[in-house]
Ligand binder design. Structure first.
Ligand code: A2P
Length: 329
């Protein structure tokens, strides 16, 4: 049994951590909940018990003998506190972007690169939500046919922007101005997620590009991305256009993906069957549909990929990393 801490416990992903630990019967000895000082004294339920939320400060961390610390409290909190939890013996699994590109920190999707947990030094990074679902779908194709180029276009739910992201959509429907997004999200589509960089891309787009290369151990991949916020409560959708190195038969792609761990092929156009965020919110798998050849280039392939961004895109993936570590002990 393990002592588990959740940092950012009051947030969207934090609450999902609690729910999934319970649902999967994770071997929790003691659960400790941390958030900002604003939440000190609040309680949250785990297995029917009220657990007190504590402020994330060193004196609250040091004597708890924490084995796993699951972080989802933003990059700054992770930068400051992941090393502190690690110093007191915890393995940190961090959901923010703070550590993902650090060469000393593995970036892991358990179905894709489980081998990378072996070289962690106390911190393991959970990839960006949009990257995770793409990786689960693309890894089998990358292994079998090779990928030359990827074009990502995302349709991302407001839950990915935290508690205030959801509130902006709910308020926006009533005509209230947004606080989180730069424009109203209700009835709108916003081609900006995270901040703009000097090269004209958003940080979210660069995360998808760089994280994909790191997870697939392939720095030669050519990748571009456009990441877009849409007025969907939960679950991200992605159009993924691929140029493969080797040619394929479309039926082989169907069977390859159908037999891949964590993937569900949901694709029958005769019955208008394809994944949508409403259909598959709350599910653990990555759903793939609209599988078809891109006739405009050699070895081109189009996919439509949907997954619950708070589960597989965040909390579930992090807990699967912890389960993987336990299974190797
Ligand atoms: P709090 O509720 O006390 O602000 P979300 O991204 O869903 O909005 O959640 C963010 C999470 O990160 C919340 O649990 C929030 O706690 C937590 N958080 C924000 N700032 C800090 C901080 N400086 N130290 C610890 N936790 C923080």
């Amino acid at each position: 049994m393990y002592n588990v801490a959740i940092v950012g416990a009051t947030g969207n992903v934090g609450r999902k951590f609690i729910e999934i630990l319970e649902e999967r019967n994770f071997p929790v000895k003691e659960l400790y909940l941390f958030a900002s000082e604003r939440s000190e004294g609040k309680t949250l339920k785990f297995k029917g018990q009220d657990i007190l939320v504590e402020a994330t400060v060193e004196k609250n961390i040091k004597d708890k003998k924490i084995d796993f610390a699951l972080f989802s409290a933003g990059g700054d909190t992770s930068k400051t506190f992941a090393p502190i939890f690690s110093k007191y013996g915890a393995t940190v699994i961090d959901n923010s972007s703070a550590w993902r590109m650090d060469p000393e920190v593995p970036l892991v999707v358990p179905e894709v690169n489980p081998e990378d947990i072996s070289w962690h030094k106390g911190i393991i990074a959970n990839p960006n939500c949009s990257t995770i679902q793409a990786m689960v779908a693309l890894k089998p194709i990358h292994d079998k046919y090779g990928i030359k180029r990827i074009v990502y276009s995302t349709y991302q739910a407001v839950s990915g922007a935290g508690v205030q992201g959801i509130k902006d959509l709910e308020d926006g429907i009533k005509g209230v101005a947004p606080k989180k997004f730069p424009y109203p999200i209700a009835g709108n589509v916003i081609p900006q997620i995270d901040v703009f960089l000097e090269n004209g891309y958003t940080k979210e787009e660069i995360k998808m590009i760089e994280e994909t290369k790191k997870i697939l151990h392939n720095q030669d991949l050519k990748i571009t991305a456009t990441t877009v916020r849409v007025p969907v409560l939960n679950s991200h959708s992605e159009s993924i256009n691929l140029e493969l190195i080797n040619d394929y038969k479309i039926e082989d792609i169907f069977s390859l993906l159908s037999n891949s761990t964590g993937v569900v092929v949901y694709d029958n156009i005769k019955e208008d069957k394809y994944p949508t965020p409403l259909l598959f919110s709350g599910k653990d798998e990555v759903f793939v549909g609209r599988i078809r050849r891109d006739f405009s280039i050699d070895n081109g392939l189009n996919l439509w990929v949907v997954a619950d961004n708070i589960r597989k895109g965040a909390a579930l993936n992090a807990i699967q990393i912890a389960e993987l570590i336990i299974s190797k002990k």
